[in-house]
Design a protein around this ligand. Sequence first.
Ligand code: C2O
Ligand code: CU
Ligand code: CU
Length: 490
Amino acid sequence: MKVKRRSLFLGAAAVIGGGGLYATSRLWRADSLNPQPLQIPPLLDSRSSGQSVSLTARAARTQFFAGRESPTQGYNGSYLGPTLRLYRGDDVQISVTNALASDTSVHWHGLLIPAEVDGGPHQLIRPGETWRPVLAVRQPAATLFYHPHVHGQTAAQVYSGLAGVLLIADDSQRDLGLPDEYGVDDLPLVLQDREFDDGRMVLPPGMMTAMQGRRGDTLMVNGTPHAVARVPARLVRLRLVNGSNARIYELSFDDDRAFHWIATEGGLLDAPVQLRSVSLAPGQRAEVLVDFSDGRKTTLVTAPDANASMGGMMGPPGGGSDSFAGGPAPVLMFEPGLAAVAEAARKPIALQLAKHERVDVSRAIKRRRFTLDMGMGGMGGGGGLSINGRAFEMGRIDERVRLGDVEIWEVSAQMMSHPFHVHGVHFEVLRRGGGPPAIRDQGLRDTVLVKEPVELLVRFTQPAREAPFMYHCHILEHEDGGMMGQFVTD
Ligand code: C2O
Ligand code: CU
Ligand code: CU
């Protein structure tokens, strides 16, 4: 909600999108910067609903700012969807009804399930239809993410609001005593940036957004701009989900407080790791524990997204198309309540969170190489967004893997950093930039940011016979533009 810097170099987009053409009331503008209470998506718990969960995707209107309506889409609501809680060991009957005017699908990002129920571009739901997969949940507790995956439409559908949090709960982890009161000391936080014009959400079009990915001038959490969260003055679990189309967050607190990182995309780490900042690329999740018992207000902030300037090659010097290029931007304010009576009940954080059986690297029987290609870096560019020079094609299977195998995937990136995501697997980062992985690379992942080349140890445990699994860049404009491939396991 500031002077549009993008008009400097996204001039075409500004004209097409109508940016800056509205007469804005200054008064309203000041008002729009007022903090708003953080919305918490309703919780749909599969065990309290007889192991069946229903979602309906529909078009709606949302007031992100009082008196300003935006056309949006949501699941069971006007923007985003409910948080689904499924339990390890359960089989859950899902039904997804498409009340939109266009095809959609719902992909369970991070769920280890067979490809035919994965919700990728091959499991389209036509308008008016209902899709009924049964999800067999067989993985440890984790924070996952669901969203549409229609080829060519994913970016626009997610941008307009179709996404939600999927929690896997695991009874065996109760003893750890981690905060788990949903919406109180256990908060799902979907981080998104959106572009607003006079308080109304707009979809930035144009060639530059296709190449750089869509970023917006307003940071929202769970669909709330300038959000403030009331939290109890104790240890609180934040489940951070990057639901943005393209923005990479580098998150820290404005008072530089330390926190404990406890879980990756794949679930709990072996042990908590004390950090002062955590980075989150599109599609990634992180769970952290933050101690608010000092009762002080603090703000979660993000550093500018270095990716926005495409390695400095296309933006103005030192700038880039990030509206927040000027410095750390507030993501979410925290206002702790009064210190809890139960100060005595405060447990220390468990030193051991999970025990993961390690897969021996020597079990990897094959190496594959993937280059996330922008088609303009010279070397082997096949023209446009692609992987290994080939743009995505629904009818082409790119890789064939044997079910049960372990492989090493070497992934490198052109022009900018790309978050690489693989469906139906967990992997570990073995090497980064030719050396050992970074501290923040540890744990089981399904999405990794590829800046320097990485080597991933991937286990293929899920069948993909009737339909393939996808692997792709999770900058949604890149995925839609063809930076995606598919594999089967047989
Ligand atoms: Cu979250 Cu294939 O995506
Ligand atoms: Cu996925
Ligand atoms: Cu990309």
